[in-house]
Write a protein that binds this ligand. Structure first.
Ligand code: ADP
Ligand code: MG
Length: 469
């Protein structure tokens, strides 16, 4: 009874997602050595590319038991320790759907890495397992972090319901027409629609709450379907930013996800380590150290898992047979950098184009750039990419968002005779961030051409330095 998951459509185009079964060490771009196939004997022809790839795929990791997906965010483990209460609360709210009744709208709050997405994914699986053909329940799950505008939100919802190409909503319609098209597809689907808006706070910060108002009163305009909204927010004060009417509609039920403490994080990590690694390769102190660092960072399970994964990759790079607490220390240093790159990869499309425009201008000027200038280069890039540029106001919101993510700094400068503008300074290493963005299929067409051969210039801060690719 499920529709194709629009979330999956979006992640499929994100290069940050490593295909399941990709077992190359460092396949996630976090570095790591690739095992070299045994060197060929003199006289034997060098192995073909296919042969090398096969050797890499079949070479067994000394540490990892199987796929390293187990340590990724996208992996939903079968058990979520210390979230029993939240699972029960969410399930109780959604359960009426199984009887064909409309559940209340639900808001889920909690800091990043507190298991909100994982819990909803698990409850979704449980509901779906119990959904027979008669009880018509459809989940539509979207990550609003990747969605730029109300238009693309409605379009993504609608296209997640479209059965065939002809039903899909193209770009370029009026917002009213998209809304009507989405309502039609909802009615065709019929039954109970559960719309999960993950990271809904980011959508509201970007485009306001009108769209939530529209969605929250859509049941009055549907004939054959009914919609309940499950909003997930990383911002605990999210509802303060909502209009009172929207707040009361979305807030019918709420579930809070508190941060994990260090011992809870240890339990989570131990479960995953057992699944991910061969027995006995994780030294005492490794899990504890990962948990302790992550507990300091707001009790973020994502951070804890990333540390463990990177520590394993550091160990592989050292060709060590075991993961030690020292590898965790190295991983922690490395993680700071990777977080920046990951953060850039998950920005919504126009925000990525804007950031790329800022990096390009900054790289050329080696100095602060003014917002007007940035807007012009954003518009040029967007047009070259065949995107309809957003208005300066939306771009200005994106400048604030990039600033709050710590990727840039914007300071107000006065330009004589009362004129004021913002000057933008890049706060990330250009040498890491530009290639990361250029790997994205969205940016690639306007990216710098890659030199042919094995070497790629990655350090544009210092063109004399080359890094092997
Ligand atoms: P949030 O959505 O709150 O930011 P996620 O649900 O994405 O957090 O969780 C981040 C990572 O931590 C995911 O890989 C998830 O599987 C894992 N995780 C979070 N909570 C738990 C838990 N209680 N048990 C096991 N894994 C967890
Ligand atoms: Mg989440």
């Amino acid at each position: 009874m499920d529709t194709p998951d629009p979330l999956k459509t979006t992640t499929a185009t994100t290069p940050a997602a490593t295909p399941i079964g990709d077992r190359r060490p460092g396949a996630d771009g976090a570095g790591g050595s690739v095992p070299t196939p045994a060197s060929s004997a003199p006289g034997t022809p060098p192995p073909s590319a296919g042969g090398i790839l096969d050797a890499i795929l079949t070479s067994k990791s000394e540490l990892f038991r199987g796929s390293r997906e187990v340590l990724r965010d996208s992996y939903v483990p079968s058990r979520l320790p210390h979230r029993e209460q939240q699972i029960r609360q969410v399930a109780e709210v959604l359960a009426p759907a199984l009887r064909g009744d409309l559940p209340s709208n639900l808001l889920i709050y909690g800091k990043i890495g507190t298991g909100k997405t994982a819990v909803v994914a698990q409850v979704r699986q449980d509901v779906q397992r119990r959904t027979d053909l008669a009880s018509n329940v459809t989940f539509i799950t979207l990550n609003c972090g990747n969605i730029d505008t109300p238009y693309s939100l409605l379009q993504t919802i609608a296209n997640g319901l479209a059965k065939n190409e002809g039903d899909r909503i193209p770009t370029g319609w009026s917002l009213d027409r998209v809304q009507a098209g989405m309502r039609r597809l909802m009615d065709v689907k019929g039954g109970i629609l559960l719309l999960v808006l993950d990271e809904v706070d980011r959508l509201v910060a970007r485009s306001g709450d009108n769209i939530l108002y529209t969605l929250s009163q859509i049941n009055t305009e549907l004939d054959n379907a009914r919609l309940a909204i499950i909003g997930i927010s990383n911002d605990l004060k999210f509802t303060n930013h909502l209009d009172a009417r929207v707040r009361s509609r979305l807030n019918e039920e709420k579930v809070l996800f508190p941060p994990y403490d260090a011992t809870q994080l240890q339990d989570i990590l131990r479960d995953r380590a057992r699944e991910a690694f061969h027995e006995g390769v994780v030294d005492p102190g490794v899990v504890e150290r990962c948990a302790a660092y992550a507990a300091l960072e707001n009790g973020d399970a994502r951070r804890a898992l990333a540390l463990l994964r990177l520590a394993a990759e550091m160990a592989e790079r050292d060709r060590a047979k075991r993961i030690t607490p020292d590898h965790v220390v190295k991983a922690k240093n490395r993680l700071e950098q990777d977080i920046i790159v990951d953060c850039c990869r998950t920005l919504p499309p126009h925000c990525k184009v804007l950031l790329y425009a800022i990096l390009q201008s900054f790289e050329r000027r080696r100095n602060g750039v003014l917002t007007g200038e940035v807007y012009d280069s954003y518009r040029r890039l967007a047009e070259r990419l065949g995107l309809q540029p957003l208005h300066a106001r939306s771009i200005s919101n994106y400048v604030s968002e990039l600033e709050s993510l710590g990727l840039i700094r914007a300071t107000i400068v006065s330009r004589g005779r009362g004129g004021r503008t913002r000057e933008i300074i890049v706060d990330v290493p250009i040498s890491e961030t530009m290639p990361a963005l250029e790997e994205d299929p969205l940016i690639a067409p306007v990216g710098r051409p890659k030199p042919r051969g094995q070497l790629l210039l990655t350090n544009f801060d210092n063109p004399a330095r080359t890094d092997s690719f």
